[in-house]
Design a protein around this ligand. Structure first.
Ligand code: FES
Length: 271
């Protein structure tokens, strides 16, 4: 079991697990800190720099640092809203407004902190596959690699030309079409669409993933690799009869079976 430590945030004492990120503690305690690249399910990354706090006391280095990578230790004391932090954060918001001029999510987040304009030149690129909404926070890259184990997308290019996409901007068979990348993207940059029997990952070089058809209702319900993945996890006793059924038809079949079992018409192991 992890040790509990006492830390101070803005002069108030809180308990935290030793090693827990300060941003997690702030989220839990409703202390507002903007962030773009933090996700509890992923390893801390420290890319967006929006989550800055200032360490004013404690065993380590003092000064400004990212709260998503700062770990709770006994006696740590931070402040979250100094003039310097607000200035730094506002410049970052201006940069993100220029980098992702089409992202309503970025506009909304920046406006919440009082930033509605940018002094930087907007970097809209024609035909950007991410719709000029990406700020390179990398959540999509990390969820694809760390959670799905797929690594179908990555950073490509350098400096100003860095972008996220499939290798060589080609369709990538490794993509399972799970959509986790779109789910975690904080700027609404990733586009995908289900067209008849295919999921098209529009942002990922038009990568296509076949959808599985439900053998009962005929509806296309999930990308084939994801349906296979879920199928592998099913209870072996009922696996065969549930194979290739969409979640709705699975539920209907199971509840019909439950009713028959409760009426004594079918034994638990009967088909
Ligand atoms: S959330 Fe901490 S650097 Fe992005």
């Amino acid at each position: 079991m992890k040790k509990t430590v006492r830390i101070k945030i803005n002069g108030k004492t809180y308990e935290a697990e030793e090693g827990e990120s300060i941003l997690s503690v702030c989220n839990r305690e409703n202390i507002d800190i903007p962030n773009l690249c933090f996700n509890e399910a992923l390893a801390p990354y420290g890319a967006c720099r929006l989550c800055m706090v200032e360490v004013v006391n404690g065993p380590g280095k003092k000064g400004m640092t990212t709260s998503c990578t700062l770990e709770a230790v006994e006696g740590l004391e931070v402040v979250t809203d100094t003039e310097q932090i607000v200035k730094y954060r506002n410049v970052l918001f201006e940069l993100y407004l220029a980098q992702a001029p089409n992202s309503e999510e970025i506009k909304e987040m920046a406006a919440k902190y009082g930033v509605t304009k940018t002094r930087f030149a907007k970097k809209a690129k024609p035909l950007d596959p991410l719709g000029n909404k990406c700020v390179l926070c990398g959540q999509c890259v990390r969820v694809c690699d760390e959670i799905m184990g797929t690594a179908a997308i990555n950073y490509i290019g350098r400096g100003f030309h860095t972008k996220i996409n499939t290798p060589y901007l080609e369709k990538n068979d490794a993509c399972m079409g799970c959509g986790a990348c779109a789910e975690v993207c904080p700027t609404g940059a990733i586009q995908m669409e289900d067209i008849y029997d295919k999921r098209i990952m529009k942002s990922w070089s038009g990568t296509e993933v076949k959808l599985k058809k439900c053998k009962s209702c005929g509806r296309y319900f999930a990308p084939e690799p994801i349906a296979e993945f879920a199928y592998a996890k099913l209870d072996p006793e009922i696996k065969e009869e549930l194979k290739d059924l969409c979640p709705d038809c699975r539920r209907k079949l199971l509840s019909r079976k439950e009713i028959l079992i409760s009426q004594g018409e079918v034994s638990k192991n009967e088909d």
